[in-house]
Ligand binder design. Sequence first.
Ligand SMILES: NC(=O)c1ccc[n+]([C@@H]2O[C@H](COP(=O)([O-])OP(=O)(O)OC[C@H]3O[C@@H](n4cnc5c(N)ncnc54)[C@H](OP(=O)(O)O)[C@@H]3O)[C@@H](O)[C@H]2O)c1
Length: 222
Amino acid sequence: MKTALVTGANRGIGLELVRQLKAKGFELIAVCRDSSSELDAESMRVESGIDVTRREDLTELKRRLGDTQLDLLVNNAGLLRGSSLAGIEDELDDWRAQFEVNSLAPIRVTSALANNLASGAKVVVITSRMGSIADNTSGGQMAYRMSKAAVNAATVSLAHDLKERGIAVGLLHPGYVRTGMTGNTGHIDPHEAAAGLIARIEELNLETTGSFHHANGEALPW
Ligand SMILES: NC(=O)c1ccc[n+]([C@@H]2O[C@H](COP(=O)([O-])OP(=O)(O)OC[C@H]3O[C@@H](n4cnc5c(N)ncnc54)[C@H](OP(=O)(O)O)[C@@H]3O)[C@@H](O)[C@H]2O)c1
């Protein structure tokens, strides 16, 4: 049986990802800060108490995993907070928090668990098309956009670095999804987003490693 680890698994897109990966036959490790009744109802392995921005929590996660081999790592945890040109000085903690969660944490989690990745494993970062510079036709949300552009840049390096181990790395945008992050506005529900993301994960291979795709299959510009 293949093993998948998903961060931010207690709600939103992460919760739906673990549900659907389980239905596909994966053994799950659902990582979160605090579990939820919905996640508890899934009867899967939950590793709670893990804040992806805290070094000691990442060390603890690695300790709990021991020599468990991962076939799939999905860096899904993310943060969206408002940011504006006029407000930057007052909002600076929020700008930095988005860098911590969206840019640094996916790389830190992958680094902490690098020795747990099986040969031929896949690593996915749930990014956003808002991190695309070419696709930015509306402005706003500077901090979130910067944080996702930064993780996109780092993840391309990750793809190069992990290729020699036979590990494919993908950047995936889930769509505009009705979750807590969007105040439950959006075009699609988490169920549809997760189904698209999993289809893209299934397609990901060493030839497409380092690519940036929408969950609907569209290749996204940088
Ligand atoms: N929804 C959209 O339209 C959309 C569009 C593009 C990209 N995305 C991306 O998709 C991913 C999932 O988003 P979502 O819509 O499902 O958002 P969500 O409902 O707000 O869920 C965010 C998840 O990230 C977790 N998280 C945040 N900070 C964390 C931290 N420091 N340590 C550990 N976990 C942390 C949250 O845990 P807590 O419950 O503990 O806060 C929660 O599980 C994110 O990377 C987001 O940027 C979403």
